[in-house]
Design a binder for this molecule. Structure first.
Ligand code: NAD
Length: 485
């Protein structure tokens, strides 16, 4: 099959236009389903980074002074354009990541559009508070931070650009966004569409590059905030570097999230939740519930149904809308996941699936690990691939203790028909986002983010606007000023 042309007009998008600087290190863009190179971009040179930041600084003050309703209107127009071009953007997302078109048509550009529309609608609702002190009073304003940097992971390149860009822009900031070096294409389209919707030049710039470009942006004195989506080790580095400059941070990092399935749960819903929470996007989802604890009475039946459902997966050409399971996004990630599966085998796990598929590209079967103990590597470490660990438990207390026994705290899920238990367990989870009888749904109006090592701050919902603004307090003296002398 001939693939659509994926080569962007140029590597970067700065000051309202595509910009090239071929002096930067070439970065091949590889289609994960076949392993072929479909485009090449160049990493940003220091000159490109400087140009992006300069244009952001230039544009931001005027933007902050723009009527928020107008800011919101531009974002909502961009949302409409994204929806109009959903198929084209979904194909690009599939080329960039390898995720099946069946997924990208409903989960990527559409999720980005939701964020732009949601925040666009809230534009005029960024408000402070007032406080009365006798006759005197004080009020707070929410002020934009200035130039914000967004750094993306490779699993959701369109969504991440929009989830960071929308709240930043609507509150009057400019953004310089660096996509992951392995999926550099989609954010360029987001920038193009934002400008087509009327966003003034310089407010959403995209520069390509590896970690060193992200690092140059993070440490630049012109930058007020860094929002990273990435792994915990990268998060530690970026947060440490940002703290040197006393910059604001949002850290959306990795996880090893638990799903607890109680005996009284609707078993088919629970199996569906576990499938969605492990095999969607071939398991490359930060919030995945990769430790599935099933109560003793349901354990065997759960496994039987799970394996039968996995057998019905349509693993194939991501561009074929009938396919519902695609490749890993990179060869390197495929190798990491295969190593994890081998380690699990070596440590005594029973492996269902676990093979690399004999075809071009980076394909691994959906995999289920059983015969596990909580201390095994596959149960403790994030694998970031289609690998589910299934464990059994006896009591609620035991399951919760085991679920929370991890450095991570991104997400968690519970399946039960017992209302009181559902809420008791949900609130006892040490996790930023919890689903009851559902998994991995992230509507734009709902805060999303992690606790413990999984992150700082929240994306989406009104909360995200707080993370892109800071309070200024203004005290108003209404009477005479008294002094000691
Ligand atoms: P990664 O940490 O390797 O890279 C993330 C981004 O950080 C990339 O753009 C990379 O170039 C950049 N980077 C690397 N070193 C840097 C440095 N020193 N300074 C600044 N930037 C630097 O992550 P990845 O492999 O792209 O993505 C997978 C990870 O992301 C997983 O751990 C996954 O759980 C996590 N993730 C989290 C969320 C979330 O919302 N919590 C969403 C998606 C992915």
């Amino acid at each position: 099959m001939t693939l659509p042309n994926a080569q962007p007009k140029a590597s970067h998008f700065i000051d309202g236009d595509y910009v090239e600087d071929a002096a930067g290190t070439p970065i091949p863009v590889i289609y994960p389903a076949t392993g072929e190179t479909i485009a090449t971009v160049h990493a940003a040179t220091p000159a490109i980074v400087d140009r992006a930041l300069e244009s952001a600084v230039r544009a931001q003050a005027q933007w902050a002074a723009t009527d928020p309703v107008e800011r919101g209107r531009i974002l909502r127009r961009a949302a409409d354009l994204i929806r109009d071009r959903n198929r084209e953007l979904s194909v690009l997302e599939t080329l960039d990541t390898g995720k099946p078109l069946q997924e990208t048509l409903v989960a990527d550009a559409t999720s980005g559009a939701d964020a732009l529309e949601y925040f666009g609608g809230l534009a005029a609702d960024v408000t402070g508070t007032t406080m009365q002190f006798g006759g005197d009073w004080a009020y707070t304003l929410r002020k934009p931070l200035g130039v914000c940097v967004g750094i993306g992971a490779w699993n959701y390149p369109t969504q991440i650009a929009c989830w960071k860009g929308a709240p930043a822009l609507v509150t009057g900031n400019a953004m310089v966004f660096k996509p992951s070096e392995t999926t550099p294409l989609c954010a360029l389209k987001v920038a193009e569409i934002l400008h087509e919707a009327g966003l003034p030049a310089g407010l959403f710039n995209v520069v390509q590059g590896m970690g060193e470009v992200g690092s140059a942006l993070t440490t630049d004195a012109r930058v007020a905030k860094v929002s990273l989506t990435g792994s915990v080790p990268t998060g530690r580095k970026v947060a440490a570097a940002a703290s040197e400059g006393m910059k604001h941070v949002t850290m959306e990092l990795g996880g090893k999230s638990p799903i607890l399935v109680f005996d009284d749960a609707n078993i088919d819903d629970a199996v569906s939740g576990a499938i969605n929470g492990n095999f969607y996007s071939s398991g490359q989802v930060c919030s995945n519930g990769t430790r599935v604890f099933v109560q003793d009475g349901m354990f065997q039946d759960f496994l039987k149904r799970l394996k039968a459902r996995i057998g019905a997966a349509t693993i194939g050409d991501p561009m074929d809308e009938a396919s519902n399971f695609g490749p890993m996004t990179t060869q390197a990630q495929m190798e990491i996941v295969l190593r994890h599966i081998q380690t699990a085998r070596d440590e005594g796990a029973a492996v269902h699936g676990g093979q690399r598929l004999d075809r071009d590209g980076f394909w691994i079967e959906p995999t289920v690990l059983t015969d596990l103990t909580d201390d095994m590597t596959c149960v403790r470490e994030e694998i970031f691939g289609p690998v589910m660990s299934v464990l059994s438990f006896a009591t609620e207390e035991e399951a919760l203790a085991r679920a929370n026994d991890t450095q991570f705290g991104l997400s968690a899920g519970v399946f039960t028909r017992d209302l009181a238990r559902a809420h008791r367990v949900a609130t006892a989870f040490e996790a930023g986002t919890v689903w009851i009888n559902q998994y991995n749904l992230t509507p734009a109006g709902m805060p999303f983010g992690g606790s413990k090592a999984s992150g700082i701050g929240r994306e989406n919902a009104r909360m995200a606007m707080d993370h892109y603004t800071e309070a200024q307090t203004i005290y108003v003296g209404m009477g005479p000023v008294e002094a000691a002398f």
